[in-house]
Design a protein around this ligand. Structure first.
Ligand SMILES: Nc1ncnc2c1ncn2[C@@H]1O[C@H](COP(=O)(O)OP(=O)(O)OP(=O)(O)O)[C@@H](O)[C@H]1O
Length: 649
């Protein structure tokens, strides 16, 4: 569903809108205001990354910008002197003096004007590109380090538009428009000053005619800006809609929804077209409105000027110079209005970039926790000191169990009830534990808390005896292998996907991991072996093969704890049996915690945790739970029966 966003241009309601907040509401998905969220410990704070606002970005690139603007101003001065010299030339010819010097000076000025314009254009363009790079790298870094919960609340099409298109709009505004405003304003002031010096009466007439045209142009420029903002939002909606459908193309086809979606997206494209046409219509009126003003003032100036020339009141060279300045004045005036509009659009784009850059960061959360711990405000009972990075994992495992939950509770954003409620359990350094429970019980959330994708609202989680909240994120995640339900692979070769978490793995280690995941025959059969390229999301391999590659990738990191989230879901009976053997082997080296819907996978487990409605309702062996836990018995009798006769399919 594509939401309509509130349009820019809403009124501020006094104290309702925080100070410094732009008029438009934040447009991130579900109306989440990333900038102003404050929820207890997980409140947002701006990170240490570069500031993203119009002034800060311009300030970071001030040298190039200032030099470019300086060249522009020098070029403007060169342009402004030209009519005076042409007046001199006319005077020299009229008085029968040698015209050589005026001609040489005029030619030199033309050359200087061209060189300065080229230098100005290049430097401003370069500054603009640097600004885009600045914004895009800042955004990329902030997105990659964002908290997963916050990221998942964003609309991906909107993220894409902000990162790619809004940064481009901001570039034009912050570089070309900014410099154009300065040079146009200076040209206008310069022209007006010289025209006043030549003949102030004619300037008054000109100002009267052009003033009316300028007022109309100013109104039009404002309307252009508003229409352009609407057009940007419509374009963003179109992009989001398209991305949403392309991300589920198989479902669209299987549901025979192509025509329906084409029509819906067509409507979004048409909305963008309509607002785009409105921008064009208003822009198209801008230049003619100024042209009419120029033509009227020109007619008046020529008629009145010629009459005064005839009486000898106004020299012909002054009239010529005045008319030239009149022409010079119109273009910068129009550019000034248009650039002011562009700058406003750019500021709106920078606001959108800044909103996205303000996404909550994992690192900030980590720093907050560190600060809280330093202040002694987050002392967890029984938490052990932080492990030294690089200390031997084996020793750590000997010292304490693999993973321990102590009274952990957590509620997903906007969830009505706690997703996990007072979960406590402790698992030894090695072995296999299965987590079972009805759909939506909270099993995946349990894994997400171990990986610290979310922080528990209450309680603590301990890995090898250390509170995970006290471990640096990189160290924590290096010690955990995770294979997700959908096992996402990326475009790239099999080798790149395999070594994604350990780019320095040796060939022997890779071969080991591949063998352990029973992928060796698959890799041998691939046309280029490990160097076979895969498509988007790992296309080129079957679902089961993708899953096994994800398992091999996790094994390659030699984790202390291996989390398998329904890792056998896509496997056939043979592959599943082989994988169960692999899991048993891996379980002798580290602890394997596996979520299983197919309860056939739980029979071999050393222990089973039964989760229901976010609570840990029972634990024990298969036979034990079958005997005493009704939920497990229900799940088992529904799903386990076929497995008792043979591997399920
Ligand atoms: N990002 C989220 N925001 C809000 N609620 C969520 C989010 N992710 C999960 N939930 C909710 O939390 C509950 C537990 O979800 P979870 O994915 O942990 O269940 P599960 O036991 O793994 O389910 P399944 O076996 O179907 O995968 C569900 O009610 C789900 O709707």
């Amino acid at each position: 569903m594509v939401r309509r966003r509130p349009r820019r241009g809403g009124t501020r309601h006094g104290r309702d809108v925080p100070r410094g907040r732009p008029f438009h509401q934040p447009v991130l998905d579900q109306g989440v205001d990333l900038r102003h969220r404050r929820r207890g410990r997980r409140r947002h704070r701006r990170g240490p990354g570069p500031a993203v606002n119009t002034a800060a970005i311009a300030a970071r690139h001030r040298t190039l910008l200032a030099t470019g603007i300086l060249l522009g101003v020098a070029g403007t001065a060169a342009t402004l002197i030209q009519p005076l010299l042409i007046g001199d030339l006319i005077e020299a010819v009229a008085l029968d003096r040698s015209p050589v010097w005026p001609i040489v000076l005029i030619a030199s000025l033309f050359a200087a004007d061209a060189a300065l314009a080229a230098g100005h254009f290049y430097l401003i363009g370069r500054a603009g590109e640097n600004m885009v790079l600045d914004m895009r790298t800042t955004l990329t870094g902030r997105l990659l380090h964002s908290r997963l919960g916050a990221f998942h609340r964003l609309e991906h099409g909107d993220v894409f538009t902000r990162t790619v298109a809004d940064t481009s709009v901001a570039r034009i505004a912050l570089s070309s428009s900014l410099s154009q405003i300065i040079t146009s304003a200076l040209t206008t002031i310069g022209c007006v000053a010289v025209m006043a010096w030549i003949d102030w009466q004619m300037l008054l007439v000109t100002a009267g005619c052009l003033g009316v045209a300028s007022a109309v142009a100013l109104g039009l420029a404002r309307a252009v800006r508003a229409a352009a903002v609407t057009n940007r939002e419509d374009t963003s909606d179109f992009g989001s809609g398209l991305l949403r459908v392309l991300g589920a193309l198989t479902t669209v086809k299987a549901s025979r929804a192509e025509a329906r979606e084409a029509e819906r997206i067509g409507e979004l494209a048409d909305a963008a077209r309509r607002s785009g046409i409105r921008v064009t219509r208003l822009t198209a009126l801008l230049m003619p409105s100024m042209n009419v003003g120029t033509q009227v003032s020109l007619a008046v100036v020529i008629a009145w000027g010629m009459a005064r020339t005839a009486t000898g009141e106004l020299p012909i060279e002054d009239l010529t110079a005045f008319i030239m300045y009149l022409f010079y004045l119109v273009s910068p005036l129009v550019m000034l209005f248009m650039s002011l509009g562009e700058l406003q659009q750019g500021r709106a784009a920078v606001d959108r970039v800044r909103e996205l850059a303000a996404i909550e960061q994992e690192q900030e959360q980590e720093q907050e926790q560190e600060q809280e711990q330093e202040q002694g405000s987050a002392q967890e009972q029984g938490s052990v000191p932080r492990a030294e990075p690089g200390s031997d994992p084996g020793q750590r495992r000997e010292a304490a169990g693999a993973i321990e939950f102590r009274e952990v509770s957590f509620r997903h954003h906007r969830a009505a009830a706690p997703t996990l409620d007072g979960i406590s359990f402790s698992l030894p350094p090695t072995g296999v534990t299965a987590v079972v429970g009805p759909s939506g019980a909270g099993k995946t959330t349990l894994f997400q808390l171990i990986e610290r994708f979310h922080a528990p609202d209450r309680g603590s989680i301990h890995l090898g005896g250390t509170d995970t909240a006290a471990l640096p994120l990189a160290e924590l995640r290096a010690r955990i292998g995770l294979v997700e339900q959908e096992s996402p692979l990326m475009r790239g070769t099999v080798r790149e996907n395999l070594t994604y978490a350990r780019p320095d793995a040796t060939e022997a280690e890779m071969a080991d991991a591949i063998r352990a995941a029973h992928l060796d025959q698959v890799v041998e059969a691939l046309p280029q072996g490990l160097d076979t390229p895969l498509g988007e999301g790992g296309t080129g391999l079957s679902g089961g093969q993708r899953q096994r590659l994800a398992i091999a990738r996790a094994l390659l990191t030699r984790p202390d704890l291996l989390l398998l989230d329904e890792a056998t879901a896509h496997l056939d009976a043979d592959a599943e049996a082989a994988l169960r053997q692999t899991i048993a082997e891996v379980g002798t080296r580290c602890h394997v915690l596996t979520i299983a819907h197919r309860l056939s996978a739980t029979i071999d487990a050393d222990r089973i945790l039964v989760v229901e409605d976010g609570r840990l309702r029972a634990r024990g062996s298969h036979a034990d739970l079958l005997d005493r836990d009704p939920t497990y018995r229900r799940l088992a009798t529904r799903q386990l029966a076929p497995a008792a006769e043979g591997p399920a399919r």
